[in-house]
Design a protein around this ligand. Structure first.
Ligand SMILES: [Zn+2]
Length: 215
Protein backbone atom coordinates (compact mmCIF):
# COMPACT_ATOMS: atom_id res chain seq x y z
CA UNK A 1 0.00 0.00 0.00
CA UNK A 2 1.23 3.47 -0.79
CA UNK A 3 0.99 6.42 1.52
CA UNK A 4 -2.29 8.21 1.92
CA UNK A 5 -2.87 11.16 -0.31
CA UNK A 6 -5.88 13.19 -1.32
CA UNK A 7 -5.33 11.94 -4.87
CA UNK A 8 -5.13 8.25 -4.12
CA UNK A 9 -8.30 6.19 -4.00
CA UNK A 10 -9.07 2.60 -3.16
CA UNK A 11 -11.84 0.84 -5.03
CA UNK A 12 -14.10 -1.20 -2.76
CA UNK A 13 -15.18 -4.70 -3.57
CA UNK A 14 -17.13 -7.36 -1.74
CA UNK A 15 -16.16 -10.93 -0.88
CA UNK A 16 -12.66 -10.51 0.56
CA UNK A 17 -10.42 -13.50 -0.11
CA UNK A 18 -8.01 -14.94 2.47
CA UNK A 19 -5.17 -12.43 2.84
CA UNK A 20 -7.24 -9.48 1.67
CA UNK A 21 -7.64 -6.68 4.22
CA UNK A 22 -11.20 -6.39 5.49
CA UNK A 23 -11.75 -2.65 5.54
CA UNK A 24 -15.35 -2.62 6.68
CA UNK A 25 -18.81 -3.53 5.54
CA UNK A 26 -21.91 -2.26 3.85
CA UNK A 27 -25.22 -2.99 5.52
CA UNK A 28 -25.89 -5.34 8.40
CA UNK A 29 -25.67 -4.29 12.01
CA UNK A 30 -22.86 -1.88 12.93
CA UNK A 31 -20.20 -2.88 15.46
CA UNK A 32 -19.43 -0.77 18.47
CA UNK A 33 -22.65 1.29 18.45
CA UNK A 34 -24.54 1.03 21.72
CA UNK A 35 -28.31 1.42 21.68
CA UNK A 36 -28.12 4.78 23.44
CA UNK A 37 -25.67 6.05 20.79
CA UNK A 38 -27.77 4.92 17.83
CA UNK A 39 -28.44 8.02 15.71
CA UNK A 40 -31.96 9.27 15.32
CA UNK A 41 -33.18 11.53 12.56
CA UNK A 42 -33.19 15.18 13.62
CA UNK A 43 -36.25 15.79 11.41
CA UNK A 44 -38.63 12.91 12.21
CA UNK A 45 -37.03 11.41 15.32
CA UNK A 46 -36.91 7.84 14.00
CA UNK A 47 -33.83 5.66 14.40
CA UNK A 48 -31.75 5.81 11.25
CA UNK A 49 -30.72 2.87 9.06
CA UNK A 50 -27.14 1.70 8.95
CA UNK A 51 -25.44 1.97 5.56
CA UNK A 52 -21.73 1.41 6.03
CA UNK A 53 -18.88 1.04 8.43
CA UNK A 54 -15.28 1.63 7.31
CA UNK A 55 -12.16 1.16 9.41
CA UNK A 56 -9.30 3.64 9.44
CA UNK A 57 -6.14 2.21 7.91
CA UNK A 58 -3.65 2.74 5.10
CA UNK A 59 -6.71 3.20 2.86
CA UNK A 60 -8.41 5.86 5.03
CA UNK A 61 -7.22 8.61 7.35
CA UNK A 62 -9.82 9.45 9.97
CA UNK A 63 -7.62 11.67 12.11
CA UNK A 64 -7.64 9.99 15.50
CA UNK A 65 -10.79 7.96 14.91
CA UNK A 66 -10.67 4.20 14.40
CA UNK A 67 -13.70 3.82 12.17
CA UNK A 68 -16.69 5.63 10.79
CA UNK A 69 -20.29 4.51 10.66
CA UNK A 70 -22.77 5.94 8.18
CA UNK A 71 -26.50 6.16 8.88
CA UNK A 72 -29.45 7.54 6.94
CA UNK A 73 -33.14 8.09 7.63
CA UNK A 74 -35.43 5.91 5.53
CA UNK A 75 -38.47 6.35 7.76
CA UNK A 76 -40.37 8.94 5.75
CA UNK A 77 -39.64 8.09 2.12
CA UNK A 78 -37.34 11.08 1.65
CA UNK A 79 -39.49 13.74 3.30
CA UNK A 80 -36.71 14.28 5.83
CA UNK A 81 -34.42 15.37 2.97
CA UNK A 82 -31.94 12.64 3.77
CA UNK A 83 -29.68 13.76 0.87
CA UNK A 84 -28.77 16.98 2.66
CA UNK A 85 -25.51 17.06 4.65
CA UNK A 86 -26.80 19.61 7.16
CA UNK A 87 -30.44 18.66 7.94
CA UNK A 88 -29.68 15.85 10.38
CA UNK A 89 -31.51 13.17 8.38
CA UNK A 90 -28.25 11.28 7.96
CA UNK A 91 -25.26 10.91 10.21
CA UNK A 92 -21.58 10.02 10.05
CA UNK A 93 -20.34 8.72 13.39
CA UNK A 94 -16.58 8.75 14.01
CA UNK A 95 -15.52 6.27 16.66
CA UNK A 96 -12.70 7.28 19.04
CA UNK A 97 -11.95 3.73 20.20
CA UNK A 98 -11.87 0.29 18.66
CA UNK A 99 -14.93 -1.69 19.71
CA UNK A 100 -15.99 -4.70 17.67
CA UNK A 101 -18.85 -5.59 19.98
CA UNK A 102 -22.34 -6.13 18.67
CA UNK A 103 -24.90 -4.30 20.75
CA UNK A 104 -28.65 -4.32 20.44
CA UNK A 105 -30.00 -1.46 18.39
CA UNK A 106 -33.47 -0.05 17.92
CA UNK A 107 -35.69 -1.56 15.19
CA UNK A 108 -35.25 0.35 11.95
CA UNK A 109 -37.37 0.38 8.82
CA UNK A 110 -34.61 -1.24 6.79
CA UNK A 111 -31.58 -3.45 7.38
CA UNK A 112 -29.42 -3.89 4.32
CA UNK A 113 -27.78 -7.25 3.91
CA UNK A 114 -24.28 -7.22 5.38
CA UNK A 115 -21.46 -7.36 2.85
CA UNK A 116 -17.83 -7.40 3.94
CA UNK A 117 -15.56 -5.07 2.01
CA UNK A 118 -11.97 -5.14 0.90
CA UNK A 119 -10.00 -2.76 -1.33
CA UNK A 120 -8.18 -3.10 -4.60
CA UNK A 121 -4.69 -1.69 -5.12
CA UNK A 122 -4.52 2.10 -4.74
CA UNK A 123 -5.32 4.15 -7.80
CA UNK A 124 -3.43 7.36 -8.52
CA UNK A 125 -6.19 9.72 -9.63
CA UNK A 126 -3.70 12.50 -10.27
CA UNK A 127 -1.99 10.32 -12.90
CA UNK A 128 -5.38 9.72 -14.47
CA UNK A 129 -6.08 13.46 -14.60
CA UNK A 130 -2.64 14.06 -16.13
CA UNK A 131 -3.69 11.76 -18.98
CA UNK A 132 -6.71 14.03 -19.49
CA UNK A 133 -4.48 17.07 -19.62
CA UNK A 134 -1.57 15.73 -21.65
CA UNK A 135 -2.68 12.60 -23.51
CA UNK A 136 -6.10 13.56 -24.78
CA UNK A 137 -8.04 11.20 -22.53
CA UNK A 138 -11.64 12.45 -22.44
CA UNK A 139 -12.64 13.73 -19.00
CA UNK A 140 -15.87 11.72 -19.21
CA UNK A 141 -13.84 8.55 -19.78
CA UNK A 142 -11.56 9.39 -16.86
CA UNK A 143 -14.55 9.96 -14.59
CA UNK A 144 -16.07 6.66 -15.72
CA UNK A 145 -12.96 4.96 -14.35
CA UNK A 146 -13.75 6.46 -10.93
CA UNK A 147 -17.52 5.91 -10.98
CA UNK A 148 -17.52 3.13 -8.41
CA UNK A 149 -17.56 2.50 -4.68
CA UNK A 150 -14.28 3.83 -3.34
CA UNK A 151 -12.41 5.31 -0.44
CA UNK A 152 -10.71 8.65 -0.99
CA UNK A 153 -9.76 10.53 -4.13
CA UNK A 154 -12.12 12.94 -5.82
CA UNK A 155 -15.90 12.76 -5.90
CA UNK A 156 -17.54 11.82 -9.20
CA UNK A 157 -20.54 14.14 -9.12
CA UNK A 158 -23.75 13.24 -10.92
CA UNK A 159 -25.28 16.72 -10.75
CA UNK A 160 -22.48 19.18 -10.02
CA UNK A 161 -19.99 19.75 -7.24
CA UNK A 162 -21.58 19.92 -3.79
CA UNK A 163 -18.43 19.49 -1.69
CA UNK A 164 -19.31 20.65 1.84
CA UNK A 165 -17.23 23.46 3.27
CA UNK A 166 -15.77 23.14 6.73
CA UNK A 167 -17.79 25.19 9.24
CA UNK A 168 -14.40 26.44 10.48
CA UNK A 169 -14.19 28.50 7.28
CA UNK A 170 -10.84 26.97 6.38
CA UNK A 171 -11.83 25.21 3.18
CA UNK A 172 -13.56 22.22 1.64
CA UNK A 173 -14.00 18.90 3.34
CA UNK A 174 -12.16 15.84 2.06
CA UNK A 175 -13.89 12.87 0.39
CA UNK A 176 -13.66 9.77 2.56
CA UNK A 177 -16.15 7.44 0.87
CA UNK A 178 -18.13 7.28 -2.35
CA UNK A 179 -20.99 4.78 -2.51
CA UNK A 180 -22.97 3.65 -5.56
CA UNK A 181 -26.09 1.51 -5.59
CA UNK A 182 -24.22 -1.35 -7.28
CA UNK A 183 -22.70 -3.33 -4.41
CA UNK A 184 -25.73 -2.71 -2.21
CA UNK A 185 -28.93 -1.24 -3.65
CA UNK A 186 -29.05 1.63 -1.18
CA UNK A 187 -32.32 3.51 -1.27
CA UNK A 188 -30.92 6.67 -2.84
CA UNK A 189 -32.60 6.02 -6.21
CA UNK A 190 -31.04 3.47 -8.61
CA UNK A 191 -27.86 4.90 -10.08
CA UNK A 192 -27.54 7.44 -7.27
CA UNK A 193 -24.28 8.19 -5.51
CA UNK A 194 -23.63 8.94 -1.86
CA UNK A 195 -20.58 10.84 -0.64
CA UNK A 196 -19.08 10.96 2.83
CA UNK A 197 -16.78 13.85 3.62
CA UNK A 198 -14.64 14.43 6.70
CA UNK A 199 -13.59 17.81 7.96
CA UNK A 200 -9.78 17.95 8.06
CA UNK A 201 -9.88 21.26 9.96
CA UNK A 202 -12.10 20.24 12.89
CA UNK A 203 -10.27 18.99 15.95
CA UNK A 204 -12.82 16.38 16.89
CA UNK A 205 -13.25 15.11 13.34
CA UNK A 206 -16.63 15.66 11.77
CA UNK A 207 -18.16 13.72 8.89
CA UNK A 208 -20.97 14.68 6.51
CA UNK A 209 -23.04 12.60 4.10
CA UNK A 210 -24.88 13.78 1.03
CA UNK A 211 -26.20 12.03 -2.02
CA UNK A 212 -27.28 12.78 -5.57
CA UNK A 213 -29.98 10.82 -7.35
CA UNK A 214 -29.62 8.75 -10.49
CA UNK A 215 -31.28 10.11 -13.57
ZN1 LIG B 1 -36.34 11.21 9.27
Amino acid sequence: MTTRSAWVSYRLKTKPQPGDPVVGSFGGHPRGVRANQWPRCAVCGNPMCHMAQIMAGPWLDLGGATRMSVFICHATGGRCEDWDPWKGANRVVLHPTDDDSLYDGPPTVRVYRRKLLTVEQPLDELALMRRVKHEGLAMSDALDELRHDKIGGGAVWLHGDQTPQSPTGQGPMRLALQMTTNLVSFDITPGGMAYVFVDPFANDGVGRLLWQGGS
